[in-house]
Design a protein around this ligand. Structure first.
Ligand SMILES: NC(=O)c1ccc[n+]([C@@H]2O[C@H](COP(=O)([O-])OP(=O)(O)OC[C@H]3O[C@@H](n4cnc5c(N)ncnc54)[C@H](OP(=O)(O)O)[C@@H]3O)[C@@H](O)[C@H]2O)c1
Length: 217
């Protein structure tokens, strides 16, 4: 049994991650801003009022976790707003940076003391944050924030590597959730299963790398 902490679990991919880890017998600490009925039905420990963009809120999360060791930390919480070149809203872009890029760093840093040798950290980023894979432009804030999240993950792999902690950058696919307005090529359950597979496969040999679901890679 592993102890897994996941952010952003009241809906979407995070909710499915919580469900599936619980179903296989792991102990889940499911963090959210406000629990949904679906999350409450999962039957795991819920830590609410956790806003990954807020220092005090993340410090309070660390207090609740206390000295319990974590085998896995999955930074899943994220937001998407769309800004085109003709509609650059810098406040919205900064908000995405704060949640999508600084959020995983803030949470991982706050829970650093709960991660020991063999622990794994996942950051749910996106291929939309890839420089190589950008064939269409647009979505300035989201793309830039996810590119920064990728960089945070690689940096974390360097800083945590000497302690035997592996870090994965995870792309879940194009998933039908509220974030995509229900559009996508796959459902949240399938996406979560793919992420769990990648976390299971993560090792010190693959730390700091970007992982696609098997079907897409
Ligand atoms: N869906 C896709 O196609 C896709 C593709 C690539 C990557 N991703 C990434 O996958 C992750 C999950 O997305 P999703 O599709 O499941 O979207 P979603 O259904 O909108 O869920 C996003 C989750 O993040 C939480 N969240 C947002 N801002 C937060 C904050 N400041 N503090 C704490 N939690 C916050 C939301 O909580 P509230 O309910 O309280 O807002 C929600 O639980 C995100 O990082 C997203 O960027 C998704």
């Amino acid at each position: 049994m592993a102890r897994v902490l996941i952010t952003g679990t009241n809906q979407g991919i995070g909710l499915e991650l919580a469900r599936q880890y619980v179903a296989r017998g792991d102990a889940v600490l499911a963090t959210c801003r406000k629990p949904s009925e679906e999350l409450q039905a999962v039957g795991c420990e819920i830590i609410e009022n956790v806003d990954v963009a807020d220092d005090a809120s993340v410090a309070a999360l660390a207090q609740v976790v206390g000295n319990r060791p974590l085998d896995m930390l999955i930074n899943n919480a994220g937001i998407l707003t769309s800004e085109s070149f003709d509609d650059l809203d810098y406040a919205r872009m900064q908000a995405q940076y704060d949640v999508n890029a600084l959020g995983p760093l803030r949470v991982t840093h706050a829970l650093n003391g709960n991660l020991g040798a063999g622990a794994k950290v996942g950051i749910v980023t996106s291929r939309v944050g890839s420089l190589d894979d950008n064939s269409s432009g647009g979505n300035y804030g989201y793309r830039m924030s996810k590119a920064a999240a990728n960089m945070a993950g690689v940096n974390l792999s360097h800083d945590l590597g000497p302690r035997g902690i592996a870090v994965a950058l995870l792309h879940p696919g194009y998933v039908r959730t509220n974030m995509t307005g229900g559009n996508g090529l796959t459902d949240a359950a399938t996406a979560a299963a793919g992420l769990i597979e990648r976390m299971d496969a993560l090792s010190m040999e693959t730390t700091g790398t970007f992982g696609m679901p098997r079907a897409m890679s």
